[in-house]
Design a protein around this ligand. Sequence first.
Ligand code: SAH
Length: 554
Amino acid sequence: MSRAAPAIVILGNGSLITAQRIQQRYPNALIHGLEHRVEGADKTYSDFAATLRQLYQQDTPIIALCAAGIVIRTLAPLLLEKGAEPPVLAVAEDASAVVPLLGGLGGVNDLAREIAAALGVTPAITTSGELRFGTCLLNPPSGYALGDLEVGKRFVSDLLAGEPVRIEGDAPWLARAQLPENPQARLAICVSSAAREPAANELLIYPRTVLVKVNELVLASTIREALQAAHLAWQSLACVVAVDTLMANVALREVAAELGVPLRFVGADEQLPVAWREASGSLAIGVASVPVDVQQIGRARGRLAVIGLGPGAAELMVPAVKAELARANDILGYETYVRMAGPFRDDQVMHCTDNREEMQRARHAFELAAMGRSVVVVSSGDPGVFAMASAVLEALHESDNPQWHSVDLEMLPGVSASLATAAQAGAPLGHDFCVMSLSDNLKPWSIIEKRLDLAAEADLALAFYNPISRSRPWQLGVALEIVARHRTPSTPVVLGRDIGRPGQTLRVTTLGELTPEQVDMRTMVLIGSSTTCTFPRADGRDWVYTPRWYGEKP
Ligand code: SAH
């Protein structure tokens, strides 16, 4: 089975060496270390139980370097729920024991054997069938499907009781197992894609050798009936292949989900390595001689997510963004932000570009996604605030390429710099406010002046992005003069620099004291309205807030 990269979870520095030895065996695995306790982990967490449960629910294999009991107690509440069941193992921090705990059908014993081999110890495998036969009959490798789990369990217990078995049909994986084979046996394992009822004493295993290709939307029942008419078992279906003009078709996605198989796309004339039998005008069936590697058939519907990292700190990144980064094949963006979004696995490709090449980056993202890849475009803060979401939509709007329009496109929000800065100062944006970029790179300065004047006149609190840069040295000074026409010099001002990043600074001042030299391009400028006020906080700094009411206090 192709597995997601495991997460190696450690609680203290004492486990780091063992964790790194395991990581050598799985270079894509990340080491998750407890905050303030572990130095040198790939990722840090603050809550062990929440982290373990989240990994489990996301179906991530877990290698926890701690007592088995802690892992069991932490995950116990999740075990009665139906859902993901990834492999879970406990490994002794001194590398002396590897204990598979959960995920028997997800290959936990295989993982245990691999880790134990890497650490030079014997895994604590307790699954009788596996110990005796060297394979888990109930968990066929990818490319094969078990007919019936209950029949399978009875079957394994008969074998354990000493009965021999016949193998009919071809499955190299079974031939390699140490099953008590005997051509005269009463019990039989039949490997075949033929549709039929299992006889008594027979375990059916279906090789996933069958492809169904559709030229238009068909119902799941139509596919099942066509397979039945061709005497093929639906369990042998490897995937549904559709012409790529159907890529954005929602109903077809539901059909594939109902059949429990992936959906792949090909060009109208694209050749595939199977012989097609026409079943009806809209549907053809192909049968391969060996299980089909679905990844090799055409391509998946590509995905493009434009994500917001938040201001920088990992805790302020939304979980949907973290999950998206984990599934990405390609990550595009300004180098600083791509690095901030990492670390990435060896199989993930980073495409770092200069900050100015936004349209080119957006088009490159569509090209990659149209190939069926899962692509992430990274913005800081929120992707819809002076960032990549608009550039990506502009590129799509300009394009008449149907493949670009078929990409699964989604924007995932982040905490924007104005909100992250405001939160640290208190609530300066607690009432109506106006967000502006002071950059005149993409809009005329006259518009900026007009908006500043009207927003200040309307007594909105103001949040300035891109307040100043080397190529725009004078604009902020002019902007402040315009604001000063409508505001007193005592109006509170908040300057947040590198908020949520190393070396962050937060400064509370007033409009009268503010000069452009105090501001650079990594600074967020918040200017209060007439009602914004400050008062001292216990640590000697100031709280800044704008009350929710206006005029007379209600
Ligand atoms: N999409 C981003 C904004 C991009 S514009 C967001 O939603 O936050 C870039 C400007 O945002 C910078 O010039 C600066 O004014 C502000 N900015 C971005 N990150 C910041 C941070 N961590 N601290 C302070 N200001 C930041």
